[in-house]
Design a binder for this molecule. Structure first.
Ligand code: NAI
Ligand code: MG
Length: 798
């Protein structure tokens, strides 16, 4: 005994401290360890009659059998959600708020059961489920109970979407469920949700909670199954929106599958987030930050700080500290209260991690692992650090989704930013320095949806979370997250056909009392602030709506688009300007358009044979519209979110980058102005394809651009075949976003092709706006689609 005590003091070994699992086991037993589907408030056996096992990855023991839902089951669930919808909408904001509040209360009451069940099923440490996952779940329902209450006052210009399909991953099973369900039902939608195949149990316990609080049948349906079940939800015709979290690979499949259907989509995908350490950072805090960044949840975190970028002067010192910390981390059964790292979710994921690590070794990076060995009874993998990694190594580029940190060093701040952005992803970044000026200089330069300053992996219901680039689009949390479950009421007023224009019998503009405008030369394109001849050397004849020859425009091709994209990227001037300065340029544009008011009106008459007064109205509205965006340029701002942490969280709308804009065919000038101006107002540079049939208002506009101090490359105009050019833009890897106003097939094509690099798309699905109507043709909705929100977490009052 004596020696034992001495030994314990010497080794400082912890004994096991297992959390009691009896209540969770009891819950499973109540269902005979076999779960059916939760449809319309009842447990329903799956039509396939098939079940699969959910296991405990800490021990490989079988926990329960889970139903495999097929298309028929998905059909039933969607029908139940559809049937429940009208009543759920009509009971009103306050009643819905009460249900959300009841859900929050009930989960809180059973939080221990939820934590244990989650740890059993997923393998994540009980310390994390108890102190992080489940409290965040509860917080989400409380926060959104509030939004449910405020729905009709704060968001009255918006309407619910209908039946929402939600597909979630296995890394934060209940947390992801709450991020999806809480905002969706708070806004008046009904749900069909599919948990991940490996981790369905807490979702099924949540179903029971829905029954307990008397949530109306069909508002929430929980369907279990594999990828094919998910695909059946994605492809169901009565689903209005898909919210997905998971791999980028499946995200792309879903983008393509929903292309052109009009289903709204939010995708929260993979990442390879940089964790940047500057030489003046507090290194002991940094080490704890790294533990949270890459060993939290075994590194199976979409926003894991998996790329450590460290300033060269302190790199070796930091690596040494990390190695020492790794040695002290404890790994073991998820229910052990004193472990730091639990089990990997399943054998497939473990195999992936092992293969990636082997690849890292083969590619020549140096492997660092602790001296101790992992337990053998479950799926464990030790904390791992790779040093001597080349930025182009596979392990530096691909998501590993395991406890594997990949380290690289940098010398200058500029190099840090370059390395950080050297990825196709853009979910999060973490910046460590004691110098606030430096931190706030770096944060806006990193292309990521979340920036954590001297902290990492902090989440809250009040702040938006989501990615840039191939990390997907849309936000969860914050007011920005609610927008994913709403649509502007005005959308219902769009029409199936463009508004007819009234044409008169006059042949030429001067008969109309306007100056006559001959076009004797082929109009050129406008690229990088200069008029440019088309690469192919071809032109297209343009006739008026009455078939009278007006002139010829350049026929742009793939090469012209490439040049325009390059010119747009070369332009940093516009991006660097403040909202105020951009406003000044926009006012100047309006002023210069005003000077040429009659000329622009006469061009519209020449192309459309409208009455002079209608043409003048279109020009005047264009001028007014530019004023609107000049006004908004320094007023469309973000929020400071009230999160529960000691931070201020700045939600800043940021530029998307380089945008392709395919203008509507109607309203040759106003359609151009209404789309191009909001896009540049947010700081984007654009490649514009003007109306194919009526392009001359856009080509006349060069002169206005040239005289108004718009930096070269801000607006590039390529004329020619609309859909052909649009598709080149949609396929282009250096285009960040694309707006398309045209027919249904064109919309489908754009969304489908944009999946390759996950461009943000905004298309009209063959519905038409009346551009002359201010409510439909302008406003903040346009600016929203021209920007994305970055949430920056800054320590405050800490
Ligand atoms: P996954 O993307 O296949 O699975 C996520 C969810 O999508 C699951 O519910 C799955 O059943 C469902 N799903 C699969 N195929 C589908 C389809 N065609 N249509 C609709 N739903 C479908 O991810 P998986 O296979 O579990 O993990 C693979 C890799 O993905 C991981 O190694 C990791 O790199 C990444 N991943 C990223 C996550 C994130 O949060 N960003 C979460 C989970 C995985
Ligand atoms: Mg499991």
């Amino acid at each position: 005994m004596k020696t034992r005590i001495k030994e314990i003091y010497k080794t400082m070994e912890y004994g096991p401290a297992p959390e009691d699992a009896s209540e969770a086991i009891q819950f499973l037993k109540k269902y005979n360890n076999k779960f059916n589907l939760f449809i319309n408030g009842k447990w329903v056996t799956p039509s396939s009659g098939e079940y699969y096992d959910s296991i405990n990855p800490s021990t490989k023991e079988k926990l329960a059998q889970i139903s495999e839902a097929n298309e028929a089951d998905v059909d039933k669930a969607v029908a139940a959600a559809k049937k429940a919808l009208p009543k759920w909408v009509s009971i009103g904001a306050h009643q819905r708020a009460r249900y959300l509040y009841a859900l929050a209360r009930q989960i809180q009451k059973h939080s221990r059961l939820f934590s244990v069940l989650e740890s059993l099923d997923n393998g994540k440490p009980i310390r994390e489920t108890r102190d992080i996952d489940i409290p965040i779940v509860v917080r989400h329902f409380y926060h959104h109970a509030g939004w449910a209450q405020l729905r009709d006052t704060e968001l009255k210009d918006y309407k619910e979407l209908g039946v929402i399909g939600q597909i979630i991953p296995w890394n934060f099973p209940l947390m992801m469920l709450s991020w999806k369900i809480a905002p969706a039902i708070a806004m008046g939608n009904t749900i069909v949700l599919k948990p991940a195949e490996a981790t369905s149990l807490t979702a099924l316990l949540f179903a029971e909670i829905c029954q307990q609080i008397g949530l109306p049948n069909g508002v929430v349906n929980i369907i279990t199954g594999h990828g094919s079940t998910g695909a059946a939800i994605v492809n169901h015709k009565d689903v209005s929106k898909i919210a997905f979290t998971g791999s980028t690979e499946v995200g792309k499949i879903i983008r393509r599958a929903t292309a052109g259907t009009g289903k709204k989509l939010s995708l929260e995908l993979g990442g390879k987030s940089p964790f940047i350490v500057f030489e003046d950072a507090d290194l002991d805090s940094v080490v704890e930050g790294i533990v949270d960044a890459i060993w939290f949840n075994q590194g199976q975190v979409c926003c894991a700080g998996s790329r450590l970028l460290v300033q060269e002067s302190i790199a070796e010192k930091l690596y040494k500290k990390i190695r020492a910390r790794m040695e002290n981390l404890r790994i073991g059964n998820a229910l052990d209260k004193s472990i730091d790292i639990g089990a990997i979710v399943d054998d497939t994921q473990l195999k992936t991690i092992k293969e990636m690590v082997q690849l890292g070794v083969d590619e020549g990076s140096t492997l660092n692992q602790p001296s101790w060995a992992c337990p053998t009874e479950g799926y464990y993998y030790p904390p791992t650090l790779f040093t001597d990694v080349s930025p182009s190594a596979t392990i530096a580029q691909e998501e590993i989704f395991g406890p594997v940190l990949v380290a690289m060093s940098f010398r200058t701040h500029k190099e840090a930013v370059k390395l950080a952005n050297n990825t196709r992803y853009g979910l999060a970044c973490s910046i460590w320095t004691e110098n606030i000026n430096l931190a706030l200089d770096i944060a806006p330069q990193i292309k990521a949806g979340v920036a954590w300053i001297n902290c990492t992996n902090v989440f809250d219901a009040a702040a938006g979370f989501g990615g840039y680039r191939e990390s997907g689009f849309g936000r969860e949390g914050g007011k920005e997250g609610l927008m994913e479950y709403l649509k502007p009421r005005i959308n219902n007023e769009f029409t199936d056909e463009p508004l007819p224009i009234s044409i008169n019998n006059l042949d030429t503009p001067n008969e109309n009392g306007l100056p006559s405008l001959g076009i004797d030369r082929t109009t050129k394109m406008y690229i990088g602030g200069k008029q440019a001849r088309p690469d192919g050397g071809y032109s297209t004849v343009i006739n008026s709506v009455k078939g009278v020859y007006i002139g010829e425009v350049s026929k742009g091709n793939r090469k012209d688009i490439r040049n325009a994209v390059e010119a747009a990227h070369a332009n940093n001037k516009w991006l660097d300007m403040t909202g105020h300065s951009r406003a000044q340029v926009l006012y100047y544009l309006a002023e210069n358009l005003m000077i040429r008011r009659e000329e622009f009106a006469s061009r519209i008459v020449q192309m459309t044979n409208q009455n002079k007064s209608d043409a003048l109205q279109e020009v005047d509205l264009s001028i007014e519209r530019i004023y609107t965006y000049a006004a908004l340029a320094d007023k469309y701002d973000g929020h400071v979110h009230h999160t529960i942490h000691r931070n201020v969280t700045l939600a800043m709308p940021e530029t998307l980058g380089v945008m392709g804009i395919i203008c509507p065919d109607e309203s040759p000038l106003l359609g151009f102005i209404s789309t191009v101006i909001p896009a540049i107002t947010m700081g984007n540079s654009v490649i514009v394809i003007p109306s194919e049939k009526l392009p001359f208002s856009a080509t006349d506009f060069y002169q206005v651009l040239e005289t108004s101090d718009v930096p070269a490359g801000t607006v590039n105009i390529v004329t020619g075949g609309k859909d052909e050019l649009a598709q080149v833009l949609a396929k282009h890897d250096n285009v960040d976003a694309i707006w398309y106003f045209g027919n249904k097939e064109g919309c489908r094509e754009i969304e489908f092709l944009s999946a390759d690099n996950m461009k943000r798309t905004w298309v009209n699905y063959g519905k038409y706006r009346n551009w002359l109507d201010k409510a439909q043709g302008e406003g903040q909705e346009f600016l929203k689609h021209a920007s994305q929100i970055k949430n920056i977490w800054i320590p405050y009052g800490a």
